[in-house]
Design a protein around this ligand. Structure first.
Ligand SMILES: [Zn+2]
Length: 306
């Protein structure tokens, strides 16, 4: 099984204020954990800068230009209290989205079966014209749109970040060819993602209460995946946030690294049955560095089947 790893050190140049949870150290925690694992045989590939045509699959020209204009020459500039720009942020964001786009191209082309994109800034809160929640470009949504353009009939996005992927949901709410299936803590930020939100029948939301035990989370996730399986996706994309871990400071779920391995094996099982094994996963949240590294490693091991 070929598993590609897309990343780039340019994504360390996107700098947030001191003590901001979405820090460059997060990416180093993930790539460090993967580099230390001798049982993995990853094909490391450079995350390219996304092309304007690929960005335009989701974002307006006006938004892309405004974001570029807002990038400061020195220091840091807030777009909202959570979401910041520094010199190098746009280049980092172009690498993050470019990683997912290139991974989708490789997987669609048959050269690679699965891919993990170790990227930041994350993407699943960003809308067509809105930065939000540390996110600038909607990385996974761009990947899903690109997959459709490449002739993949049905794409499923599985989002197990502890926060609802509101940006991705909004982008595909009227598009029955892309299923967006999210499990998240409720009540929780950003407050969207109630199970009653169903879009064009393609939006599936599962919620777990604060401090839910891992067994409860797993049952909810199984229900979510049953919907993905019934959708018969030809490609599965994962918004892989690891902030439902028990150690995470931004939420109160109780997962351990082994739960992410379990969840990933369940996704791979659906992909093997429906999608010729094709999975592209992209990093979203995860804010305890130790838990993030261990969970991402468990996830990638399960993607590779080791
Ligand atoms: Zn999150």
């Amino acid at each position: 099984m070929s598993l590609a790893l897309f990343t780039h050190t340019d994504m360390l140049a996107h700098v947030t204020p001191q003590n901001h949870r979405e820090s460059p150290a997060r990416l180093e925690a993930v790539t460090g954990a993967l580099a230390d694992a001798s049982d993995l045989s990853l094909e490391p590939l450079e995350a390219p800068l996304i092309e304007p045509d690929d960005l335009a699959l989701v974002h307006t020209e006006r938004y892309v230009a405004a974001l570029a204009q807002a990038e400061p020459a020195t220091g840091k500039r807030p777009l909202d209290p959570d979401t910041w720009l520094s010199p190098g942020s746009i280049r980092a964001a172009r690498r993050a989205a470019g990683a997912v786009a290139e991974a989708v191209r490789r997987v669609a082309g048959g050269g690679v079966e699965r891919a993990f994109c170790a990227v930041r800034p994350p993407g699943h809160h960003a809308g067509v014209e809105t930065p939000m929640g540390f996110c600038l470009y909607s990385n996974v949504a761009i990947g899903a749109r690109l997959a459709r353009r490449l002739g993949i009939a049905r794409v499923a996005v599985v989002d197990f970040d502890v926060h609802h992927g509101n940006g991705t949901q909004d982008i595909f709410a009227d598009d029955p060819t892309v299923m967006v299936a999210s499990i998240h803590e409720a009540p929780g930020w950003p407050g969207t993602g109630d199970p009653s939100e169903t879009g064009a029948g393609n939006i599936v939301n599962a919620t777990t209460a604060p401090y839910a035990p891992p067994g409860t989370w797993r049952r909810a996730f199984e229900g979510l995946l049953a919907r993905v399986d019934a959708f018969e996706p030809e490609l599965v994309l994962i918004s892989a946030g690891f902030d439902a871990h028990a150690r995470d400071p931004l939420a109160t779920q109780q997962l351990e690294a082994e739960d992410y391995a379990w969840a990933t094996r369940a996704i791979v099982s659906v992909a093997n049955a429906r999608s010729r094994g094709r999975v592209v996963s992209s990093l979203e949240g995860g804010y305890d560095l130790q838990a993030l590294g261990q969970s991402a490693l468990a996830h990638v091991r399960a993607l590779q089947g080791v």
